[in-house]
Each structure stands twice: as structure tokens, then as C-alpha cells.
Write a protein that binds this ligand. Structure first.
Ligand code: F6R
Length: 354
């Protein structure tokens, strides 16, 4: 049963007691603060002679690495590698810059990766709000970016975590100084938040409209290669954690070589495809997207295209993320579910800790 309207502020407030919508709206402010913290951190290891940047983290923290790689993979002077798990890639050594990113600082995989980085003599920086990673950084004299703990959930700290990571990379001169670019994204996100906030009524609010259009169907989030890729992953994980629904993400063109074949009769009405697009796509992408949508239509699967706003890769990735963040929170509220708590994954963590 879906709520009849998403336009009653009292209903929205009651349905979102953790204030997830407000946190999403504040992403621009987080970006500014996070970048400041990342660049202000003393003792950032020199980027001179480094062979790679490895960004470690899980879930809502790990995605900071995907965002940075999506936005800066094209300009960074060394490979930007995202590592999600207990172990570092084999090549990591003294000339690798390793960032261990965990909002809580207590994620066991990230703590294990950090310990490995220290043991291998990598140049290490931690990004966290506290926890074990903060204590280890202190004990090991590892530079740490201290993230404000003023958000309820790690995934609601993406602005802080990703901008802090960018700040570190900018200080280490791995990517160009980005303060101006960060300000431009923050302005764009503030504008976007005003278009997508709860007070904006459903007929003119794209996030509310998308949440209602997807309804109880499983979203297939298909991103065109480049900056939309990190946004596709974020849409999926936000649909999982905010709306508590299954969701899948894939990348075009790769999915045209496999996934598109798997949408037989059974897919009809079970899925809704959202195609995330951005202005710097390869010229062949337009014709490919049209052909892919036709194939979807033949399988009986409805599709909508969503375009990034802004012109830079950083603006593209964050504008797509903000739309998906709002839409996933509205999807939760439509279904009468509180977007903030994640009881299943919290229980799993508790069991692993005991
Ligand atoms: C919860 C969330 C999770 C966590 C993940 C890692 O909101 O998004 O995906 O981010 O379990 O925990 P942290 O971020 O504390 O390292």
C-alpha cells in the first residue's frame, strides 16, 4: 500500500523521524566542510613518487572511493583504485597512498586493510569520525581526517567522506586543487535540493515522481560509463538501505552484452529501468541507449532516462546522486518505512562482533 500523497509536510516529518531528507539536502554543505578538513589535515604524505592511490572502505563509506574515481579517474596522474574488503591489492607497497575510509571507524574490513597498509609501509591516511581507526591512527601517528559525527548514518555522510578524500588527494597533488570545483558543486546541490525537497509538490518534484513511478518494482539502475557509474551504485545501495528494496546496477555499454538478454517474459512489470546519463558520454552512447530502451520495451520493461546536471564530472556524479538519494528516501516513505535504520545489516555487524 502506497501513501496517497507525498505533499503533506506533517506526514513526511512523521515518516522520516531520523531526518534523512534533511541530511540529503545538506550534502552541499558537507562537501565544503569535508574538503576543508581534508586539505587542513597536517602531515599528509607527499604524493611524490607514488604509484597508485588505493581507497579502502565498505558500504556508505567505501562509495566515497567510487565517487572520487568517477570524478577524477580521467585527470589523476596515477591509478585511483577502490578496494572493498579485508585485503589490499598485491601491488600496494611503500609507494602507494592508502586511504582507509570508515565513518564509524569500526568496520572490521577497513580496519584490517589499514593494518595491512601499515605493515607494508604504505603512505596511509585515515578518514573517520572516531572508533578503532581513530585510536589506531593516534597510536601509529597516522594522519587522520576527523569527520564530524553530526549525522545519524554513515551513508548520510557521503559529502563529508568523499570531499575529505578529495581534499587529501588535492593536498598530495594527485589531483589538481579543487576548492573552486567543490564550491561549484555545493552551489549546484543547494539549488537541486530546493527542487527536490519535501515542500516541492509531487507534480513538479522529480524525486517524488520517480519514487512513485518505480513503486514496488525492482529498479534496474543502468549508468552510462564514466561519472554516472558511481551514481548508479549509490542509487542501488540507497534503494537497498533507505527503501529496504532489492535493486541492481549495471553499466552501459557492458550490460548490452549480457544483462539485456536476461529480461524475458518474467521480467515484465517486475522491474523498472532508470538510465543515468551525463553530458560527456561517448558519441555512440545516444544511439546505444535508444536501442537498449527498445530492447527493454520488447521485454515489457518500462524505462526512464535521467540526465546529470552541470558540466563537470564532479557535478554530474553528485547531481545524479542527490536525485537518487531523495528518490530512495521518498520510496521508503511511500511504503511506510523509516528510511534511516538498517536493522538487518546492523544485526549482522553485531553478530560478527560478538
Ligand atoms: C549505513 C551504511 C553502511 C556502512 C557500512 C560501513 O548507513 O551505509 O553501508 O557505511 O556498513 O560502515 P562504516 O561506514 O562505518 O565504515
Amino acid at each position: 500500500m502506497q501513501l496517497a500523497t507525498l505533499d503533506d509536510p506533517a506526514v513526511i516529518r512523521a515518516a522520516d523521524p531520523g531526518g534523512m531528507l534533511g541530511l540529503i539536502a545538506g550534502t552541499g554543505r558537507q562537501l565544503l566542510r569535508g574538503f576543508e578538513l581534508g586539505t587542513d589535515t597536517g602531515l599528509i604524505p607527499s604524493g611524490e613518487g607514488i604509484d597508485a592511490v588505493v581507497m579502502c572502505g565498505m558500504g556508505g563509506s567505501g562509495i566515497a572511493g567510487d565517487v572520487v574515481r568517477s570524478a577524477f579517474g580521467g585527470v589523476a596522474r596515477v591509478p585511483l583504485v577502490v578496494s572493498k574488503g579485508y585485503s589490499l591489492p598485491g601491488f600496494c607497497g611503500r609507494d602507494s597512498l592508502v586511504l582507509a575510509v570508515s565513518f564509524s571507524g569500526n568496520t572490521e574490513e577497513t580496519v584490517a586493510a589499514y593494518a595491512q597498509a601499515i605493515a607494508r609501509g604504505c603512505r596511509v591516511v585515515t578518514v573517520c569520525a572516531g572508533g578503532e581507526l581513530a585510536a589506531l591512527s593516534e597510536a601509529d601517528d597516522t594522519p587522520r581526517v576527523s569527520i564530524p559525527g553530526d549525522v545519524s548514518m554513515p551513508r548520510a555522510a557521503l559529502g563529508y567522506l568523499s570531499a575529505a578524500t578529495m581534499g587529501v588527494l588535492s593536498s598530495a597533488e594527485v589531483v589538481p586543487p579543487e576548492a573552486e570545483a567543490i564550491r561549484a558543486v555545493a552551489n549546484l546541490l543547494d539549488k537541486l535540493a530546493a527542487e527536490l525537497e519535501p515542500e516541492r509538490p509531487e507534480p513538479e518534484n522529480k524525486a517524488k515522481a520517480l519514487a512513485r513511478w518505480i513503486g514496488e518494482r525492482t529498479p534496474l539502475v543502468w549508468a552510462t560509463e564514466g561519472p554516472a557509474e558511481a551514481a548508479g551504485l549509490r542509487w542501488k545501495t540507497q534503494w537497498n538501505e533507505n527503501a529496504k528494496m532489492a535493486a541492481f546496477c549495471s553499466v552501459l555499454p557492458e550490460l548490452d552484452h549480457n544483462e539485456i538478454e536476461g529480461l524475458g517474459e518474467a521480467a515484465r512489470s517486475r522491474f523498472a529501468a532508470v538510465i543515468l546519463r551525463h553530458p560527456n558520454e561517448h558519441p555512440r552512447m545516444a544511439v546505444r541507449v535508444d536501442a537498449t530502451i527498445d530492447a527493454l520495451a520488447r521485454a515489457g520493461v518500462e524505462a526512464q532516462q535521467v540526465w546529470a546536471r552541470g558540466s563537470t564530472p564532479l557535478e554530474a556524479v553528485f547531481s545524479l546522486i542527490m536525485l537518487g538519494d531523495f528518490a530512495s528516501a521518498y520510496a521508503a516513505i511511500l511504503r511506510g518505512i523509516d528510511p534511516t535504520p538498517v536493522p538487518v545489516l546492523t544485526n549482522l555487524k553485531e553478530r560478527l562482533r560478538s
